[in-house]
Design a protein around this ligand. Sequence first.
Ligand code: ZN
Length: 190
Amino acid sequence: MYLKFLLLGCLISFQYCSFSQAKKETSSQKISTMDSSKNPVYSRNATDKVNLSEEEWKKILPSDVYYIARQKGTERPFTSPFEHSKEVGTYHCAACGNPLFQSDTKFDSGCGWPSFYQPISKTSIIYTPDNSHGMRRTEVQCGRCKAHLGHVFEDGPPPTGLRYCINGVILDFAKAKEAEKSYNEKSGKQ
Ligand SMILES: [Zn+2]
């Protein structure tokens, strides 16, 4: 009887051990493949529109990006490392790679989220009236994949007077040198 228990105990601990090892491997794989390799629609220079089902988005986006992009979530204020970033470059949509804002249109609004006064182009953003939560606001979405980005308010600085209040989670930053490199590759200059 005692031997039987001992044997069972060994078997359980062996199984537990191999389970935890498998779990470890999966999580480290997840980190290394988190970027564009898991997301077939991600491109920093494609202009075609992206139309995926919610199921497909759920498969390819990290859960925090999915929550903001597809479920119109809002990240906690003062949590984004981009909020006070002064780095020079381009902010892309984290769901599809579409270029959204240049760093020289970014300003410190103090509102708790990364803020910009102007998008890269008229087509980089879609504007939709949003009357949820008892407020009249204008929602801004990615012009390529319709990911929810945040809202735009009319209390920004000159020259536009607009404040694009954007969730940092949905932003993907490319430093100026990288942006220049991909532009050169695209236009055939090296
Ligand atoms: Zn997008």
